[in-house]
Design a protein around this ligand. Structure first.
Ligand SMILES: [Zn+2]
Length: 316
């Protein structure tokens, strides 16, 4: 037990709510996981509380929530989630009242960025961009050692930059957002298309020819096992990812770009074409210091570690 006490970090996603008790050095002391009833905000709040209680201990000093959506800072009101039925939901007050502890809430990728910056792939830098590639794409920006949240806490919604105005419809209402062409959704869509078009791929056998049963992780696994069609899909997603990162680096000039989220599990299969596209598209690549494009080191724990650390630092 740390003399400084510890904090609880909660990562509220569309399908799962993860909770962890986290020490000031970023290590995880206890963890819990519950399904998120994402179509019901009241039930989601109850789940968050239940998850927090599952890892509670007497030395917990504060609680940090990371949620998938536009979370207003510092009020902690979840204003909008493109892919979930969450609108104008206060996250902080109900938890603070129930647990009688200080509570902060932030966007999930912002929290993950802070986790990677303090204890993971960004710890040796002062300027970092996190690109979280999961079902969608989220971001977190660390500028000169501090989180950049914008005026309302809504900064770094990088997944909704339009890169293809005629592209697929996005959960935000626009067409061709970056996350529609370079995230897990894009991997799944391309895998289904390949099966639908009768391409020669192990995916077709794995789903008995039913395109709707193809999932993103299935495509990643098939690619890692050498399936040519699946490799081509991941390479193409990597290319679109790298082009977007080139644009982000043009705007933000970071020292490092950290790629997190479930799709980063594809590893070098994804990152290698992403690096190539990044170098090809960033302005004056041969006239600027190299910007490493690396995989996150905290994996799925980045959100809970970052949220707990934000809570400890915000309430110190
Ligand atoms: Zn969008």
């Amino acid at each position: 037990m740390s003399p400084d006490g510890c904090a609880i970090g909660l990562d509220v996603g569309g399908t799962k709510t993860a909770a962890a008790r986290v020490a000031p050095d970023g290590s995880i002391l206890a963890r819990a996981m519950l399904p998120t009833p994402a179509d019901d905000m009241a039930a989601t709040l109850h789940t968050i509380l239940e998850a927090a209680r599952a890892v509670m201990s007497p030395d917990v000093r504060s609680v940090g929530i990371a949620a998938a959506g536009l979370v207003e800072w510092p009020t902690g009101v979840l204003r909008f989630a493109p892919n979930l039925a969450w609108r104008d939901a206060p996250l902080v007050e109900p938890l603070r009242d129930a647990l009688e502890l200080p509570v902060v809430a932030d966007n999930d990728n912002t929290a993950a960025a802070w986790g990677e910056f303090r204890f993971g792939a960004g710890r040796d830098f002062r300027h970092m961009v996190l690109v979280g590639v999961g079902t969608g794409i989220g971001g977190g920006i660390v500028a000169d050692g501090a989180l950049f949240r914008g005026a309302h806490g809504f900064a770094a919604e990088i997944g909704h930059i339009i890169v293809d105005p005629d592209g697929p419809l996005c959960g935000c209402g626009n067409r061709g957002c970056w996350e529609q062409v370079a995230s897990g959704q894009a991997v799944t869509r391309a895998g289904r298309q390949a099966v639908l078009e009768g391409e020669t791929t192990v995916l077709r056998d794995q789903v008995d020819g039913d395109p709707d049963r193809v999932t993103g992780p299935m495509v990643t696994k098939a690619a890692q096992d050498g399936d040519a069609v699946s490799i081509a899909i991941i390479v193409e997603i990597g290319r679109r990812l790298g082009e977007g990162i080139g644009a982000l680096v043009n705007v933000l000039d970071p020292e490092v770009v950290v790629v997190g989220g479930g799709v980063a599990d594809a590893g070098e299969l994804l990152l290698s074409p992403a690096r190539e596209a990044f170098r090809r598209t960033v302005e004056a690549a041969d006239r600027r210091p190299a910007v490493p494009l690396v995989r996150g080191q905290l994996g799925n724990d980045a959100g809970v570690i970052g949220a707990a650390t934000l809570a400890l630092e915000s309430t110190a």
